[in-house]
Design a protein around this ligand. Structure first.
Ligand code: NAI
Length: 249
């Protein structure tokens, strides 16, 4: 088991990639604190416990500093510390040319996609330091490495996640803490279906492998990056994209 005896935190764990990652982490032996703004995340923790794993759920809004601090404190209180974290919660933002975007929506996207990851890092890093080390994975996107028209709130935010991942990785590199990001391509989740107007085929056309991905295919990479198998992998933004980042044009 890749995460035997570890304590993990997953945000955005009610749905999609976060839910699949929390389940995958528990199957690899981690005790997992699942969190989401949506209380439906409790059912994912139920599923883990029904399989014999260790999990609890706490509702929280990851844009709120005190609530994020509370999650880390809860992991330490319930499970004795924090070793690994997957900062995953996200929204897709509105699609329109940059000059036509509504600024309230832009600020909301920055808050949910950028500030939330910053807050998670801010509170998780001291907890990992208290444990003498650990690993964090942020959820970036292939759109944190490249761009596409009309998605500027999302794409700007995901580029920020790439930057804060690398900066934090360098800062913690001597503290036995590795920090990486996954950069998924199109993955079949409610977020993708909302963003692509309900038709996943809208997103699959440009994928070299000719299909979109499943949440479990990202979860497996998250588990790998959190585990000792990735012991010399640090500061990476790792595409999980069916080959999309390898092509031009
Ligand atoms: P999803 O919509 O299935 O899950 C996102 C979860 O985040 C939801 O459960 C939602 O309630 C939660 N959330 C939203 N705002 C929150 C807040 N303020 N506080 C706490 N939780 C909050 O979407 P999906 O696709 O699983 O997204 C997960 C991550 O993957 C996101 O960061 C997204 O940007 C990223 N991603 C997704 C891709 C895709 O094609 N589905 C591609 C690249 C990245």
């Amino acid at each position: 088991m890749l995460l035997r005896g570890k304590v993990g935190l997953v945000t955005g764990a009610a749905s999609g990639i976060g839910r699949a990652s929390a389940i995958a982490m528990a199957r690899e032996g981690a005790s997992v604190l699942l969190s989401d703004i949506d209380a439906k995340g409790a059912s994912a923790a139920d599923e883990i416990r029904a399989e014999g794993g260790r999990a609890i759920f706490q509702a929280a809004d990851v844009t709120d500093d005190a609530q994020v601090a509370g999650l880390v404190a809860l992991a330490e209180r319930e499970f004795g510390g924090l070793d690994v974290a997957y900062n995953n919660a996200g929204i897709e933002g509105a699609q329109a040319p940059l000059e036509q975007q509504d600024m309230a929506g832009v600020r909301k996207a920055f808050d949910v996609l950028i500030t939330s990851v910053y807050l998670c890092l801010r509170h998780e890093i001291p907890a990992l330091q208290r444990r003498g080390g650990g690993a964090i994975v942020n959820c970036g996107s292939m759109w944190g490495l490249n761009a596409w028209p009309n998605w500027s709130p999302y794409i700007t935010s995901k580029h920020a996640v790439s930057g804060m991942t690398k900066t934090a990785a360098l800062e913690q590199a001597r503290n036995n803490i590795r920090i990486n990001a996954v950069a998924p391509g199109p993955i079949l989740t409610p977020l993708l279906l909302r963003g692509w107007k309900g038709d996943p085929n809208n997103a699959s056309g440009r994928v070299p492998m000719g299909r979109i991905g499943q949440p479990e295919e990202v979860a497996d990479v998250v588990v790998f990056l959190l585990s000792e198998r990735a012991s010399f992998v640090n500061g990476h933004v790792m595409p999980v994209d069916g080959g999309m980042m390898a092509q031009t044009g």
